[in-house]
Each structure stands twice: as C-alpha cells, then as structure tokens.
Design a protein around this ligand. Sequence first.
Ligand code: FEO
Ligand code: CA
Ligand code: CA
Ligand code: CA
Length: 649
Amino acid sequence: GGGDTDMPTSLGFTAVPHSDADTVLIPAGYSARVLYALGDPIAAGVADYSNDGTQGDFDQRSGDHHDGMHYFPIDGSSSNGIIAINHENLTRAYLHANGPTDIDGVRPQSEVVKEMNAHGVAVFEVKAEGGVWSVVQDSSFNRRITPFTEMRLSGPVAGSDYAKTQFSTDGSKTRGTFNNCANGYTPWGTYLSCEENWAYYFHRDEGDDRGASENALLARYGISPGAAGNYGWTTVEGDAFQRLDITVKGASAAVDYRNEAYTYGYIVEIDPYDKTVTPAKRTAMGRFFHEGCWVGPVESGKPLVFYMGCDARNEYIYKFVSDQAWDSADADADDRMAAGDKYLGAGTLYVAKFNADGTGEWLELSQGVNGLSGDNTTYPFATQADVLVATRLAADSVGATPMDRPEWGAVNPVNGEVYFTLTNSSSSSSGRGQGGGGSLPVDAANPRSYDDDADGDSDGNANGHIIRWKENGDSDAVSFNWDIFAFGSPAALPANINLSQLDASNDFSSPDGLWFDDGGILWIQTDDGAYTDVTNCMMLAAIPGAVGDGTTVTTSSGQDSFVGVPPGDTLRRFLVGPKECEITGITMTPDRKTMFVNIQHPGEDGDVAAPSSNWPAASGVATDAGASGARPRSATVVITKDDGGVIGL
Ligand code: FEO
Ligand code: CA
Ligand code: CA
Ligand code: CA
C-alpha cells in the first residue's frame, strides 16, 4: 500500500533542451537503442522487415503505432521478461508499397487485412545478454492479438441483448480489439489493454433509424447515421469485414450486425504468460473511449480500485471498485483470468465531479441509484447493462464534470495520490472557453482558455494540465481533495497562463502518457500539436509534492483554481523524440535499471515519396538520425544508464 516507499529527493540527470532534430535525444550518461520496431518479426521463421510495403504477415510481426505497454518479469527477472504492448493505429502512408489504394471506392482485401493485423496487441519475450536487449523471436510466449482474435465478454453486458450477434447468439463473445491506447496491469499479473477510438471504425448508413433512445446512444458514441468507418474496411466483402457495418438490414439481429459496436469500448484483460488463454472484455468497468486503467493502492482485505479516463473533449474520469476484497494469495494465482473474473467481473463504477472549492465527489453509476432508472428521458437505464453500455449518458445524467480530455492516470507509490493528464481542449470553436457549439466555459478544474500563439484569438486550453487528487480515506472513498500539479505552457507565456512557472528546461505542452515508477518518479509524455513549432514531443521526469502543497491562483480567464508548488528543478526534460512523433508508453524492469519507451508515428504527415522522418533507419541506434529516404517506423526504445544505475536518479 501507499506510504512504504521513500520519496526520492532529487533527479540525477541534466535536462535535455528543446529539439526539432530527427533523433531521440537523452541526457548525457544514458544510452538508447531500438528494440522493437514496426514490422519486426515475433514468430520463428518470419523474414526481417523489408520496410518497403511488400510484406503482409502482420499477424506475426510488430503492429504499428506502439502505445501503452508493460514489462512482466519471468521469475522476477530484470534481464528476462515479457512485454505486452498496444498497437493503436496506423500511418498508412508507409504500410503499403505506394500508400493505401482505393479502387472505385473499394479497398483491396489484402491491404485491409494488413491494416487490421497491424492493430491490436503484441506479447513477446525480451532478454538482455551482456547488457544488450533483444526480442526473442521464436519464444513460446510470443503472440499477436488482432481485430480477428476471439474474446470472451465478462460482466453485466455479457449475455444481455446488447451483446447478441450473428457471431454469438448468446452474447458471450466477440471478435477482436482495435485502437488500443493506454494500458494497465493487475496485481495478479495480467495486462489491461484499453479500447479508445474504436467507434470510428464502424460504418452506419445514412437513414439507419433505431428510434430515439438508441439513436441517442449511438450518437453519444460518435456513430451517427452516415458514419463512414475508418479506412474503408467495410468496403471488403465477407463477414470479417462486413460486421463493422452496423446498419439495420432486417427484422432481427440474426440478419445483420446491428449490435457489433456494443461489444467494443471496454477494458480487455490479457494473460501475458499464456498465449492459449482467451482475452476477456471487462464490461463492468464501463464502456467509453478508454485511455488506460490504473490500479490504486493494493491493500489486503480492501477492495481493489482502478482509475480510468475517457479521452475526448469534455469527457469524464471514472473509478471502478471491485466487489471482492483483495486476497494477497491471488498475486500468485495459477489461473490469472479467474482472478480477473473475481476482481474485474463485478464491482461499482463511479464518475468524478470536481467542485470549485477543491473538493470532489465520486458519483455512483448503478442502476436504481442517482436517478439512473428506466424512466430516464434521455436513455432508459432499466438494467445495469443499460448503464454500462451507455456509460457516457449515465455520467451526463448524474452531473459529472466534463474535463479537458482525460488521458493517462498514475498512482503515486509514496502516498497513493492519483494524477491524470488533461491533454488539452484546443479547438478554435468547441475548445474550452471558445464559445462555439459544444464549448464549455472554464471551471475550477479546467480553468484556462487563452491565446497560446499571441495572434489575438484564444486557442482554448492549448497546452493542457495535470490534475491530481487525494481520496478522503481508503481508495474506495466517495470524496476527495484535488489540485493541479502542473499546467503545460511554453515558458514565454505570461505568469497567469504559465502558472507552474515552467522554464526552458521543463516547459511542455499536451501531457498524455503518465506513469509513476516504483521509486516515486513521475514520468510525463507528450502528444502535442501546439508547441511542435519549437520542439518535438518529449518525456519529462518529476518528483512531485502532494495535493494541497501550493496556493490558490487566478488564471488569465479570471477563473480561480488551485496549483501545486512550482516544480522548478524537480521537473526536467529527459527525452525528446524524432520528427512528427508522439512519445507514449513506458515501463521498466523491477530493478529500474532498464526503461522501455515508445516512439509513435514518426513522420506521420509525410508520404512514401517524401517521408517527413527517416527515424530509426541506419544503424538502429536510436540517437542516430535515420538514413535519408527510409520510411519511418514506430518503435520501442530501450534506455539504460551507462554506469548501470537506476534510471532518473
Ligand atoms: Fe490514444 Fe488519448 O490517446
Ligand atoms: Ca491564438
Ligand atoms: Ca494517449
Ligand atoms: Ca494520443
């Protein structure tokens, strides 16, 4: 539990500067190498990646867009383990020989299969020999999970009418997962992969009419009539592709795919130690655009809690509390998915409300509580399956606080406090305080809307912030106190915008990835479009204080809020990535001497004829600039300290 880790006192590296170079920049005294890049084989006998768009066997290779990941030690080892990693999305320009093709509105099946298999999750063994890490290509642990992989449905939505499809007439299973963003991991050794922008892969014809309440449900999740569906996958014939077209075509669910989308939007639990085990979608944890899933302090005899964000503008932060109290014997459970059923199969879901006085409340999302009944006018919450499938509508109904895009969360091992990135709300019309349709005014927890680029027009909350809270009591408390750990901002902006007094060594924009290592260092990763004219995306390290250690502030919008002590030298930039990437995904070995970090979508705005990044071609050493002309690849980088010490100290 919290309180058994000593707080580190200072960071042990020199901050790296802003950089727009096509390299991975790290502090002096550290080394970085590419471990696992787009297309790398993870099965025996599979050829090395040619990186020319001609290979199709992505069910045996690294997928694209590396995101959340976790290192699972083998027998506790810090030199041999299993990495589970999300492959969120694609940079299609570099995946095919000449970019994606579309022939009279129809995608070639071979390209679509490749694109689907480049999504999902990978599990693979890694090993360090003589200090050099590599992927064990022929390991029996290695596995790809794709949009085609069969999965079990768990929790209240399983078996409900929502889950009944042609594929599963009893609503017990579904096929695959896609757009897996951030992650989590459990005390019993499983990986949690989180379905984020899944809704945009579904097609729905103009004129598809489900009646008012179901239309409202689908629209609240971005699947309105006329939804095209990402990448034209539904232009391919065959059940495996047509299932993504949810248009009602006949009298019953037996003749169309109307319910397929109700089997997406969940936390997916995977056993990384046994590739024969079927993954489970944990519907009790809610259905939304899941960014990640982070366990709170683990204490014997207390329920387990998991914190989750829904990453879209004006969406919410959630907490799941298990029905079952934690039994530490389950840390060594032989049947890990049975432990998952025990703790993630049943529990209570809450959504956060942040009050203007620095307090907050967890509002329960249970059928029959807080007005969630069959009489609700927006959507009838007659069963808990209704509440869960329509989690966003239920959260609207109970009065949760809409946030500036909740991305990752992290739990401080020192004191159990919870941190969440709010990456930005920067639309020129519907961003925070912008006044257009969908725009919300500033409030205490989302207190900034300002002119980021000094052109006279507000840009909303262009740079984001990191909020944190302390539960009032145990993790399953229903109230908390909050403040803002740090506001993202270019150092040059005025003090009532740059409220955390950032300088050139630690200024940042659009915090996204967030993780506490076991030593209490907070790692912050960025996915930014507002500050990339000055610097590529980055990762910083922080030694945070505690909720309430700072002061009340008034922002340039005239909004009062609460900010932690300016971090000063306790926040430093550790890494800057290559061109047009985001930095996302981080894990370490148990000894904290090896760090794994993901570089996602370098060169995302270029094309085959003119790649806008060439990283990480050439020698494969991450700090080398890529060979001119080479196609860029998302990749996992492994970072070690040259003196063999603990990373960051
Ligand atoms: Fe996939 Fe919210 O980032
Ligand atoms: Ca502006
Ligand atoms: Ca993210
Ligand atoms: Ca992102």
